[in-house]
Design a protein around this ligand. Structure first.
Ligand code: FES
Length: 91
């Protein structure tokens, strides 16, 4: 049996922590939790949803619009971003 791992995603500025599975997207779960975060395309092509990741790893396989530099600085697109560990975002 395959069990999808779930991780804690903490929004530091908002003081909110939610549970997000490795096959779910952070933006979607944050909205379900009542958060009002910026987004536009929801497909990794615009960077409107970009947030800085302070701790942990966020999957970015579909992050077409983000530059290597932004990735290096810790920015992640959360509309197509799934947590690969517990994550803290500067949002
Ligand atoms: S909303 Fe466009 S990249 Fe996430």
């Amino acid at each position: 049996m395959l069990v999808t791992k779930t991780h804690q995603v903490t929004f530091k500025k908002s003081g909110i922590t939610i549970e997000v599975a490795e096959d779910e997207y952070i933006l979607e779960k944050a909205e379900e939790a009542g958060m009002d975060l910026p987004y536009d395309c929801r497909s990794g092509t615009c960077t409107t949803c970009m947030q800085r990741c302070l701790e942990g790893e966020v999957d970015q396989d579909l992050a077409f619009a983000i530059s290597d530099e932004e990735l290096k600085e810790g920015y992640r697109l959360i509309c197509i971003g799934s947590p690969l560990s517990d994550v803290t975002l500067d949002a």
